[in-house]
Ligand binder design. Structure first.
Ligand SMILES: [Zn+2]
Length: 386
């Protein structure tokens, strides 16, 4: 690993490629992994009294990097592979800096290969097949071109027993009915986590961190992070996807954790800075049909048909600027937007109107409450279908 420190002088603010674009007063922050939803591009912008500074990395095939600032006024980039060219440019506004990065991004493989579709996604998160089909029929009336997201179609609770993605028997007719209507279903799959309670779980096939422990998903520690360098792991996921028999699939956690594997028993060298990216991209390429990935990580934009990330900072939040939309809006115009409670329709309308500069948003969430309103309210549909 090579650490590069860049003296920033005295910036007052920063704009970071985190979610739609995190805009904050300048301060120190701990390392963010690239590629991930927490650092989706190889750039950062800093504001000074009369100008902005764009710092970007010129790498057409980037390895894992970690970006941070320290309180002494330095930007720190840790390169886990080779060290590419780093470019600093002074610009008049953050938009001007974003446009310079976009000009570079337009020449990269993930932009050139992009082929995004524009589904209007209807959520189906209930575990009741009859309710699932009732919700579908209700939404179908209002949304002639909608696709369906299915998250609780399995024999297990949502986060249990991955990678068992078999469709529960009584969900099969519902899936068939929707497919026969010519609609795309996107059943949920996770791209990397295995439940340690699954009968095929083998700890030797998981990502080994530098300290010798197995990588896992902190909010749900039974979910261990599988190493995708193993052909058997990738094939297991590809076979599971094929067994779904649907025209689409939703791949979760793609932009989650850029993890380096230090195992000496896998199909990569210990600490290989490319294995995570190359194998994740290989997995996505081998999935047939339409693919939505949970990621706005730039390197996966050329592999999926749509991109979803749940907005964590709040797209209507004043600390957010539409950096992702400015750079990648032409090829990946959608960000997710989650409503958890039962907000009144006035609130939902207001949120969607404010979200317009960030691109169109998928309404996602609990499958009840405000979603039904979103789909049927003419003013919201107008925003979403623009
Ligand atoms: Zn490994």
């Amino acid at each position: 690993m090579t650490t590069i420190r860049i003296d920033l002088g005295n910036p007052t603010e920063m704009l970071l490629p985190f979610g739609p674009g995190l805009h904050l007063p300048f301060r120190g922050f701990s390392p963010r992994p690239y590629p991930s939803n927490d650092w989706w591009g190889q750039l950062a912008l800093f504001r000074y009294l009369d100008h902005w500074k764009l710092i970007r990395v010129n790498d057409w095939r980037p390895d894992i990097q970690h970006w941070s600032t320290i309180n002494t006024g330095h930007l720190v980039i840790e390169f886990h592979g080779r060290v590419p060219e780093i470019i600093t440019e002074c610009v008049g506004s953050w938009q001007e800096g974003a446009d310079l990065y976009r000009e570079w991004a337009r020449k990269q493989s993930w932009w050139i290969n992009s082929s995004f579709n524009h589904h209007f996604l209807m959520t189906g998160s209930t575990n009741s097949p009859s309710l699932f089909i009732d919700q579908y029929l209700d939404m179908k009336e209002n949304i002639p071109d909608g696709a369906v997201w299915a998250t609780n179609y399995r024999n297990h609770k949502f986060q249990d027993m991955w990678p068992d993605y078999a469709v529960k028997d009584d969900f099969v007719p519902a899936f068939e009915q929707i497919e026969n209507d010519g609609r795309t279903i996107f059943p949920y799959m996770n791209s990397m986590f295995w439940d340690e309670n699954h009968p095929e779980y083998d700890p030797s096939e998981m990502i080994l961190k530098k300290d010798g422990t197995i990588a896992f998903y902190a909010p749900s520690p039974n979910q261990k992070h599988a190493c995708l360098s193993l052909e058997s792991t990738k094939q297991r996921l590809v076979d599971s996807r094929d067994a779904l028999g649907t025209s689409g699939v939703y791949l979760d956690s793609v932009g989650g954790i850029a993890e380096i594997c230090y195992s000496s028993n896998h199909d990569h060298a210990p600490g290989d800075p490319r294995q995570y990216i190359d194998n994740l991209n290989d997995l996505i390429s081998r999935m047939r049909g339409e693919i939505i990935v949970e990621s706005i990580t730039e390197q996966t934009l050329g592999l999926a048909n749509a991109s979803l990330t749940l907005e964590r900072t709040g797209i209507w939040n004043r600390d957010t600027l539409p950096l992702f939309q400015r750079i990648y809006g032409d090829i990946a115009p959608k960000l997710g937007c989650k409503f958890i409670g039962d907000e009144p329709i006035e609130t939902v309308r207001e949120v969607f109107a404010k979200s317009l500069p960030y691109g169109r948003a998928y309404p996602t969430g609990t499958g009840r409450g405000p979603e039904a309103l979103m789909y049927t309210d003419p003013s919201i549909r107008e925003i979403l279908l623009q």
